[in-house]
Design a protein around this ligand. Structure first.
Ligand code: GLV
Length: 326
């Protein structure tokens, strides 16, 4: 039998290709650093059996219907808001993903952004590069301390849990969270308290966003939410940029409605270099590198390859979003 053809839409860690080829698959890999153009992705996928894609690929209703022959799609990410899951399920296309692979890596970025923002690290570093390192200034650019502060987590799942553990361990922070369901482990181990959304935003000194992007969370952090936050609050988003309204965030920071923001995700991505957020003293922005460690990226590659191999060999997808699609 001819080998099954797998399309990889980006340059993924070589482990993915090795695992697939060792298992007898034929791999076609897009070899540019930018995402594969949508129309090209459709035309190449038409001659392939399975797709290994990532969050920059639009796997919408149109794509899925044009490529409804695909046996399986697996996503090199934990988030899958770029994929129309409902349509894929209707078409009986199982969708794999990479849960848990980047819990530590992404929580490190959230934790790092929290400290960097509280101490204006990116801005101060920029001052040196701009030749503006003046004398030691007893009253200049003072930051905030985090010891004993309240951390509010929106979406206390796998990544949020690690962020909460970091904050509890390092700063003995009080943990409050807002989630669809309770997290008994966090409540037991960290005395975390589940609260309604209004309590979360009004009581937190640091809000860290770890939920999925859905129609409910899209644009959730807007002016009326920022206005309910403390003027000393830090807003940290390592989930998806579309969860906050960027214009409203810029206004909130300019007006002193909130104190600072640490972002690993923006809307759109990439952020333009003249974005006002990049000039702000109390803002730290990173280019979506939450999962960018060797360990996490190799694990994401392994999970995707395993999903494809296991689907063809055993009819099972171990890391699956839509079991009804199988
Ligand atoms: C990264 O943003 C991911 O969803 O894995």
């Amino acid at each position: 039998m001819a080998p099954k053809k797998i399309l990889l839409t980006r340059i993924f860690p070589s482990l993915a290709i090795r695992l697939l080829e060792d298992a007898g698959f034929e791999v076609t890999s897009w070899d540019k650093e930018h995402p594969m153009p949508y129309d090209q992705m459709i035309s190449v996928a038409k001659s392939c059996d399975a797709l290994f894609c990532t969050l920059t690929d639009k796997i919408d209703r149109n794509f899925l219907n044009a490529c409804s022959h695909l046996d399986i799609i697996t996503q090199f990410a934990v988030g899958y808001d770029n994929i129309d899951i409902e349509e894929a399920t209707k078409l009986k296309i199982p969708i794999g993903y990479a849960p848990n692979a980047m819990n530590e890596a992404t929580a490190d970025i959230a934790f790092g952004l929290m400290i960097a923002t509280a101490r204006k690290m990116f801005f101060m570093n920029q001052k040196i590069k701009n030749g503006k390192w003046g004398y030691f200034d007893p009253v200049g650019h003072l930051g905030l301390e985090l010891k004993g502060k309240t951390l509010g987590i929106l979406g206390l799942g796998r990544i949020g849990m690690v962020m909460a553990q970091r904050c509890k361990g390092a700063y003995d922070m009080e943990i409050i969270y807002h989630n669809r369901s309770a997290n008994p482990k966090a409540e037991k181990e960290m005395r975390a308290k589940r609260v309604d959304f209004d309590t979360l935003i009004s009581q937190s000194d640091v809000i860290s966003v770890h939920c999925a992007l859905t129609p409910e969370t899209q644009g959730m952090f807007n002016t009326s939410v920022f206005e309910k936050m403390k003027p000393t609050a830090l807003f940290i988003n390592t989930a998806r940029g579309a969860i906050h309204n960027e214009e409203d965030l810029i206004d909130a920071l300019n007006n002193g409605t909130i104190w600072g923001a640490g972002l690993d995700v923006t809307n759109p991505e990439p952020m333009k270099p003249d974005n006002p957020l990049l000039e702000m003293e109390n803002v730290c922005v990173l280019p979506h590198i939450g999962s960018a460690t060797i360990t996490a990226r190799n694990e994401m590659a392994r999970m995707g390859a395993t999903n494809i191999i296991s689907f063809y060999k055993h009819g099972k997808v171990p890391y699956i979003v839509n079991p009804e699609g199988l």
